[in-house]
Design a protein around this ligand. Structure first.
Ligand SMILES: [Zn+2]
Length: 203
């Protein structure tokens, strides 16, 4: 079941350094109207299937899992992703060093990605694709970030099933937990490439 997969993926991301401490949150759609998401404040390297909360698309907590589970403020971002993208079955958000570094490569709200082969993993099958990832400002008031995502994507679909929050992290969504995991790994590869390329004076 999806919660077991998320426990496994959180452990993997923890080991890779993108879910350090309690950072980040993973979620998977339970049915059309709700999703399971990691509870607030849990150590991501030591999750169990009881550390999830089921939240409705209206934001209400439907099921708490363990009795002291609390929803994270970042739940609002997951909720918007499920609302915007009907085929999203999972949404993963991690705090990656490389994501934060590349989020500062522009002051604008879009960042051009290098035309790497790895983009095919996101379903982009073009010769030398020109792909921009959308960047959102980080706000202490997380629901404000969610509202800005909702507003921008309501007008224009993103080119990639991923977005950056500046100096905060990356969020991806896929049809399944497996697909979301792959997207996290692909984005990490691309951001790491960009950081290294900048260091070595390449594009
Ligand atoms: Zn976060």
């Amino acid at each position: 079941m999806s919660r077991e997969q998320m426990v496994e993926h959180a452990r993997l991301f923890y080991d890779q350094g993108t879910m350090v401490g309690t950072a980040g949150n993973l979620s998977a759609r339970a049915d059309d109207d709700s999703f399971w998401i990691t509870a607030s404040g849990r150590q991501k390297g030591q999750l169990s299937t009881g550390d999830f909360i089921r939240v409705g698309l209206n934001g209400d907590v439907v099921e708490v899992g363990a009795s002291d589970n609390k929803p994270s403020a970042e739940t609002s971002i997951h909720r918007i992703v499920y609302e915007l993208f009907e085929d999203a079955g999972a949404c993963y958000h991690v705090h990656s060093i490389h994501a934060n570094l590349v989020s500062n490569m522009t002051d604008g709200n879009q960042l051009e990605l290098p035309p790497l082969e790895m983009l095919k993993g996101f379903g982009i099958w073009e010769q030398d694709p020109l792909i921009q990832i959308e960047i959102f400002e980080n706000h202490l008031d997380v629901p404000r970030i969610a509202r800005e995502i909702q507003l921008r994507f309501a007008h224009k679909s993103p080119q990639l099933a991923a977005l950056l929050i500046r100096n905060h992290g990356v969020t991806v969504w896929g049809r399944s937990t497996e697909e979301a995991k792959v997207y996290i790994e692909l984005s990490e590869y691309i951001f790491r490439y960009m950081t290294l390329a900048k260091q070595t004076g390449m594009r």
